[in-house]
Design a protein around this ligand. Structure first.
Ligand code: BGC
Length: 719
């Protein structure tokens, strides 16, 4: 779209205060339609005649801003009268906040010093066909808004006693318009609300509000107060061993909300930032705080839930709830590692391990396609892919299993939704990543050298290290094979010539097998099996099972090995062991955190250790979705639902029942209708119920049956 608007900014420096821009507009006749187009360098909230425009919060969202900036289009026909006031408040958002919190790179400095700005056009069409356009230009005015400070990590300060009074002419600014693109992702919305469950005094004498669920969003406060009364609170995820408020794990993120009241009854919440939290600690509050004063507004991308899993074990149901909340908390336009500390970044490795689960739980096709375009836009000239996308750490080397998100995510989105477009769009980027590895390695047909995260947070890490014991070159080479194979598959789908990659793949497999005849860790076994590198996968799976037994039925895996662990066990006859790991309650296990009261997935298996102490202060998020990737095993193996053709045009149901679960019920809304698998263990038999809107191959006790869409009941053996 061709815009005539100009970027506008305040005509003088106002420090951290968020500006509000204003235009008074008189209409002249009966309005047939009116559209408002807006974007900002920063995040904006727009109001027309005092009413909020649209439901999008934190617009224009987060993209690779140096290349792509989304604008939004709102239908405002019903909001206009004769005399109108259009106001746009702009905060720093992801555009100008100092992200990430811990590094002081030149690029961060550049972004931190960026100036925010607004850009808008109101298009009015009258009944008589006449058209008018009101575009941001030198005729707009600006003033200081009540928002005195707003930033991603540190929070927001609002002074309700300040009303924009002194309006001054804006200055127009040179800023590129060539990178403006229409909204591509899902809108970020206020999706749910959670009422405060309790207000209590901790042993340390502090007043804390508990929402009972960790969420991402902000707290809305409703109070009856006097002018200049102050409300100030900090956000936290967990209480410490003594029951006191804890927030050291937010690191440098202040995550604080300050509200200076006006007179009387009032309700307010931050608008230009967000927090990850379950608790807030009140530092200042007028009078006695009650639960009814607080409501958590849960904010995430407007993704539609498409998957459901229930079973006969309440603790597994809680785990599933934690996985869903982990996804909701971290799908805020970009798939992020965590929503609370001074990161909240689009870590590529985390997205890659979770993408399959994400796509079953919710419809994330649009969400991922937008993020993958950001990945492509920020891909470096040598083909390498940043550790985070948008690439806020361009100075950092790419890591295996992180950069591979460039290939794994588009392929998985294709598998889940069956739309070839994502492959067409990403194919060049996918190839560039593989070509990058080819050019960067020290040893042909492997990926050796480089700086990697290894099996990040693997439990077999040497003391003092975050990286598990699996060899970095092994992991990097295994992912080289995986990505090359997926490039070949993707190329075949879209009819591209992949003969060069086929040769490369054969050479990688051959070289890998020579170089790594033995596997040393659980994760090395897992990758060798999962990526088709083990010459005898069954024997390798047996060896892995032996290793797990020897380790006391314990996983020793990290970010890289864990997502595939249960899959490779149940694929090669070790279903019972897979369930033993899933149902294990002692540390390390998925249920350990559930028993410790988790309401989201933890970054560390022992974020809170058995003695109640924290694992650490510097790397201890309680809302990291990565290990929630176990849900794709619940859908695909426990319930047995898998696509036989991309997008579930045809499905397979091959359930793996287990008496210890009693029963299980899972369903997915696919592009070809619903598919649901239920089983329940009854003495020596298992009853299976299957509902499929598409043709399905059902595999029960090793016997395959081809079925038309419909509902079926089967009986099978209980093992
Ligand atoms: C993030 C992770 C990420 C990792 C990479 C951490 O700080 O929170 O989830 O993948 O760094 O090593």
């Amino acid at each position: 779209m061709q815009f005539q608007a100009q970027w506008i900014r305040p005509s003088e420096g106002i420090g951290d205060v968020c500006p509000v821009f204003r235009k008074e507009i008189q209409t002249s006749g009966k309005i047939k339609s009116a559209e408002l187009y807006i974007t900002a360098l920063g995040v904006y909230a727009a109001a027309l005649n005092g009413r909020r425009v649209g439901k999008y919060v934190l617009a224009p969202g987060w993209t690779a801003y140096d290349h792509r900036l989304q604008y939004q289009q709102y239908d405002v026909t019903d909001m206009l009268g004769e005399e109108n006031k259009l106001e746009i408040t702009v905060g720093k958002g992801w555009y100008a906040s100092p992200m990430p919190g811990w590094n002081e790179s030149a690029d961060k400095l550049r972004r931190k010093n960026r100036k925010t700005a607004a850009f808008a056009e109101l298009h009015i069409t009258y009944d008589n066909g006449e058209k008018e356009i009101y575009a941001t230009d030198g005729s707009w005015q600006w003033a200081e808004s009540p928002i005195r400070f707003s930033e991603i990590y540190d929070g927001e300060i609002c002074d309700a006693t300040v009303q924009p009074e002194i309006w001054k002419p804006v200055c127009t600014a040179e800023s590129p318009t060539d990178r403006l693109i229409p909204q591509e992702g899902e809108e970020i919305r206020e999706k749910e609300t959670v009422m405060a469950k309790a207000v209590f005094t901790t042993p340390a004498g502090e007043t804390v509000v508990d929402f009972g669920q960790e969420v991402t969003g902000y707290v809305e406060i409703s109070v009856n107060a006097h002018t200049d009364d102050r409300i100030r609170f900090q956000h936290g995820e967990v209480l410490d061993r003594d029951g006191n408020f804890y927030r050291d794990n937010y690191r440098s993120a202040k995550a604080e909300t300050v509200y200076i009241c006006s007179e009387g009854k009032q309700t307010w919440h931050p608008t230009l930032t967000f927090f990850g939290f379950r608790y807030i600690k009140l530092l200042e509050f007028p009078g006695e705080a009650k639960p009814e004063n607080f409501r958590a507004i849960v904010v995430y991308s407007d993704i539609r839930q498409s998957g459901r899993i229930r079973c006969g074990r309440p603790e597994i149901d809680q785990l599933i709830s934690n996985i869903f909340w982990g996804q909701k908390s971290n799908f805020l336009d970009v798939p992020t590692d965590c929503p609370q500390r001074d990161e909240r970044l689009g870590w590529t490795g985390d997205a890659q391990v979770f993408v399959k689960t994400a796509g079953y739980n919710f419809d994330v096709e649009k969400f991922f396609r937008k993020w993958l375009r950001d990945l492509k836009a920020d891909q470096r000239p040598d083909g390498s892919v940043g550790q985070v996308i948008p690439d806020y750490m361009p100075e950092e080397a790419p890591s295996a299993a992180w950069g591979d998100a460039a290939v794994i995510c588009p392929w998985q989105i294709y598998e889940t939704y069956g739309n070839e477009e994502v492959l067409r769009e990403q194919f060049e980027s996918m190839k560039k990543w593989v070509d990058y590895i080819t050019s960067a390695t020290k040893k042909q047909y492997l990926w050796t050298g480089g700086v990697h995260f290894g099996d990040w947070l693997g439990l077999d890490a040497p003391s003092g290290s975050y990286k598990g014991s699996s060899r970095e070159d092994f992991i990097a080479s295994a992912f080289y094979a995986c990505s090359t194979e997926l490039v070949i598959k993707a190329g075949r789908v879209i009819g591209a010539d992949v003969s060069g990659y086929e040769r490369l793949y054969r050479n990688i497999v051959e070289t890998f097998r020579k170089e790594y005849p033995e596997y040393h860790t659980q994760t090395e076994h897992i990758l060798a099996i999962r990526f088709g590198l083990a010459e005898d996968p069954r024997r390798t799976a047996d060896a892995l099972a032996d290793m797990i037994w020897r380790d006391g039925i314990q996983m020793r895996t990290g970010f890289v090995g864990t997502p595939y662990l249960l899959h490779v066990l149940s694929d090669y006859g070790h279903k019972d062991l897979a369930y033993s790991l899933l149902l294990r309650r002692e540390y390390p296990s998925w249920l350990y955190s559930v028993d410790k009261g988790a309401t989201t997935i933890w970054e560390h298996w022992d974020g809170i250790m058995e003695n109640g102490e924290f694992w650490s202060t510097d790397m201890n998020s309680f809302n990291h979705y990565a290990y929630g990737s176990v849900a794709d095993w619940l859908y695909e193996k426990a319930a047995g639902i898998m696509p036989a053709l991309p997008g579930f045009e045809k499905a397979v149901i091959c359930p793996h029942p287990d008496k210890r679960m009693d029963w299980m019920d899972a369903e997915i809304d696919t592009r070809h209708g619903k598919i649901r698998s239920y089983w329940s263990c009854e003495k020596d038999t298992v009853r299976y119920e299957i509902w499929a809107d598409m043709p399905v191959t059902v595999v029960i006790d090793g016997k395959e049956t081809e079925l038309d869409p419909g509902r079926y009941t089967f009986w099978g053996r209980a093992e």
